[in-house]
Design a protein around this ligand. Structure first.
Ligand code: CMP
Length: 138
């Protein structure tokens, strides 16, 4: 499948009141919401989600941050979803993100960067299944 991606609205953006603004950008960007939930990651779950980054110096902080408050998890649908969503959100570091991208508009820092976007079709499927069971995906 190349028509789906997975996203989270991260704890910083939820705390800062940006759920509505971010969903508005996502819908204006031509994405359809296939599945969505307001939820949270325990430290254990956050550690598991970001397991690929386990050896990175920022891993421990990232796990603490991602379990610091509620998130919104969603599966998004559009042609060329993974690549188009990464364009819509902008660079990981918001100070380097293009004007008008979600991270430029709403992120605080390289860690508290407002949103997650899957980096491949394979990871989009894995990450979507981390949060949603088959009957929750439309
Ligand atoms: P995300 O796209 O969700 O994938 C990994 C996350 O790690 C990234 O967004 C940031 O939240 C965080 N991250 C990546 N690089 C750094 C860094 N250099 N310092 C701190 N956090 C980082």
């Amino acid at each position: 499948e190349n028509n789906k991606t997975f996203t989270m609205i991260k704890p910083d953006a939820v705390r800062n009141g940006h759920i509505g603004g971010i969903l508005d950008q996502i819908l204006k960007g031509g994405f359809k919401i296939s599945a969505m939930k307001y939820t949270y990651l325990t430290p254990e779950k956050a550690g598991e989600f970001y397991e690929v980054h386990k050896e990175r110096p920022f891993y421990k902080d990232l796990v603490g941050f991602m379990s610091s408050g509620p998130i919104v998890a969603a599966i998004l649908e559009k042609d060329n979803a993974v690549a188009d969503f990464r364009t819509l959100i902008g660079a990981t570091d918001p100070s380097k993100a293009e004007v008008g991208t979600i991270r430029q508009l709403f992120a605080e820092s390289i860690e508290a960067n407002a949103v997650h976007g899957s980096d491949s079709d394979e990871n989009a499927a894995i990450e979507g299944s981390f949060f949603f069971s088959a009957f929750e995906k439309f």
